[in-house]
Design a protein around this ligand. Structure first.
Ligand code: ZN
Length: 567
């Protein structure tokens, strides 16, 4: 039997499952010894990367051209025929590996993850996990079909959201009220989905012998380095330190807009009534200027981006037939990233490009780690790579260093960015605290009225301000938990953004006193991939993995000072 792995993934694109089987058989039938364990793991890792690369390729093809029917067929065949089979064969290999008690060098972190995966695995939960995923799809279908009639056209609520940036206040109010009324029409339907999905999640925890779903989910998300209590402390610190600062920003907004009180539809419009920034016209301009910016941050990072341009690993412009949104993915065997976007010329496109750039640099910097599982980075640090890049790149947005803006425009963009960072933390705390409550009080949370009540309570704690008047908006506030897809799709996954932002702010703070050293540390930390604990990764980046008052005070005062300097 020939079990030599293919040299690259291109020849595997149309393989059916039976072509993969010999490689898995070979791994399964090999006896493991201290001598061959590293080679065995490398073979498994290479095989996983080749398969992962096929997955990336077939997925990317469906997004760059949604009319490509052949690509769709190939992608679905991969999911149904290959992916599922690979998971069950991998499960067998994981058990074989763990039972051998052998391990390659520098493999403690992947080993920790694998142990927990094997432990969590329960055949009773497989159908429940499928039902859970199906219910999330039902939720998507409800949200996706929410349209309203706006200016004689049927539009989705997403397409209505840019109206919130328009200077005409009446128009904003109308749009906001129209969207809210539409959302509330689906109130009972989403309540029903919630009740079903919560029951399923309670059974999942039960089947695996966990006290509650939070405990199960903690293990599932591999949250080894922080506890639920750490998150609760984070919420408290946000309440104490960030909420007052958010209040100051709201007061500034209220005064600049000349209003007695802000209403919910006054929270996004530019407070000086300026038109939106127009950083570029063509995607090629976005590519070139971002290349300048990355090179200004660091020549290595500039070179990485150069490779992406050369090898056609960027698809940035919006065009007909492209899937919506943006992402950065990876060709794991080649250790190369790919960035997909729908740029149309807004500042948010610039921000997205720089953010995804940070993710791409993670792939380049960690490319030397031999095993794929060592490069599996948790979201708590993956987002540090991208969010820190947004901040590290911010001094180079001006055209005199190859960027997009005049000094004044750049200052405006940077202030808006920093203000959004502040406003995000309290909202994140609501989303996270709600889930802590729901999954540790499931009997109460099964009644949607209690959920409304809890969400309102949290909204008052983190989001209400003397500067905003929410009169008449009680129902839409109370059902805010209907409006956050993470709660349905990826429970508990949200606090990571808040943590990573705190790491990113600290890296940026370091760069203000010693730019070279901060960027050196940033690159070293990225170079560790996922092969270190979170405290170790943060430490390598020159910062602390903590969410207490002290860390948030540091972040708050740094941001406040910078906003003042830029104003
Ligand atoms: Zn990201």
């Amino acid at each position: 039997m020939n079990h030599t792995l293919p040299k690259d993934s291109s020849q595997m694109m149309d393989w059916s499952w039976d072509k993969y089987i010999p490689f898995f058989d070979f791994l399964e039938n090999s006896g493991l010894t201290t001598k061959n364990i590293s080679d065995w793991m490398k073979y498994w890792s290479d095989l996983s990367e080749l398969i992962g690369e096929v997955g990336t390729s077939v997925y990317v093809s469906t997004t760059v051209d949604t009319t490509d029917e052949e690509a769709k067929v190939r992608y679905h065949r991969f999911l149904e025929d290959i992916s599922e089979n690979v998971s069950s064969r991998n499960q067998i290999l994981k058990i074989k590996f763990l039972e051998s008690k052998l391990s390659p060098d520098n493999f403690e972190i992947p080993l920790r993850g694998m142990k927990s995966e094997v432990e969590l695995f329960s055949t009773d939960n497989l159908p429940l996990l499928t039902s859970d995923a199906k219910l999330s799809k039902e939720y998507d279908a409800i949200i996706g079909s929410q349209t309203v009639n706006w200016e004689d056209e049927e539009v989705t609520l997403t397409r209505l959201s840019p109206v919130m940036l328009e200077t005409n206040r009446n128009k904003r109010e109308n749009a906001w009220k129209l969207a809210s009324a539409r959302r509330l029409e689906d109130r009972s339907e989403i309540n029903e989905i919630w009740k079903k999905i919560l029951k399923i999640r309670m059974s999942i925890a039960d089947n695996s012998g966990y006290d509650d779903y939070r405990a199960w989910r903690w293990e599932y998300l591999k949250r080894f380095d922080y506890t639920p209590d750490d998150c609760l402390i984070f919420h408290e610190s946000i309440e104490k330190i960030i909420v007052p600062l958010a209040n100051k920003l709201l007061q500034k907004r209220k005064e600049a807009l000349g209003l007695e009180k802000l209403k919910p539809w006054d929270l996004s419009v530019d407070i000086f009534g300026r038109d939106a920034l127009v950083p570029f016209e063509e995607a090629s301009e976005l590519e070139e200027k971002c290349h300048n910016i990355f090179s200004s941050v660091d020549s290595d990072l500039g070179n990485h981006f150069g490779i992406m341009r050369e090898k056609g690993l960027l698809d940035l412009g919006n065009r007909k037939g492209k899937a919506p949104g943006g992402y950065c993915t990876e060709y794991p065997y080649q250790r190369l990233p790919f960035i997909f976007m729908n740029a149309v010329g807004t500042h948010s496109d610039v921000q997205t490009m720089i953010h995804e750039g940070g993710h791409a640099f993670h792939v380049f910097e960690s490319a030397d780690l031999p095993y794929t599982s060592q490069r599996d980075v948790g979201m708590e640090f993956a987002e540090v790579a991208s969010m820190a890049m947004e901040l590290l790149a911010s001094p180079f947005l001006t055209e005199n260093v190859g960027g997009f803006y005049s000094e004044e425009e750049s200052a405006r963009a940077r202030i808006e960015h920093l203000e959004k960072v502040i406003m995000f933390w309290p909202y994140m705390a609501v989303v996270d605290a709600f889930q802590h409550w729901a999954y540790t009080n499931p009997a109460e949370a099964l009644d949607p009225n209690n959920c409304d009540e809890e969400w309102t309570k949290l909204w008052k704690r983190f989001q209400m301000s003397d500067h905003i008047d929410y009169t008449g908006c009680e129902d839409i506030i109370a059902t805010g938990w209907h409006n956050k897809l993470h709660i349905y799709h990826v429970p508990f996954y949200y606090v990571e953004y808040g943590m990573a932002q705190l790491g990113a702010i600290q890296i940026w703070g370091n760069s203000l006193s010693d730019e070279k050293k901060a960027i050196q540390n940033y690159k070293s930390a990225l170079g560790l991939g996922g092969n270190a604990t979170l405290p170790e990764l943060y430490e390598a980046a020159g910062v602390k993995f903590s969410f207490d008052d002290k860390t948030l005070e540091y972040a708050a005062s740094l941001i406040e000072k910078q906003i003042k300097e830029l104003s």
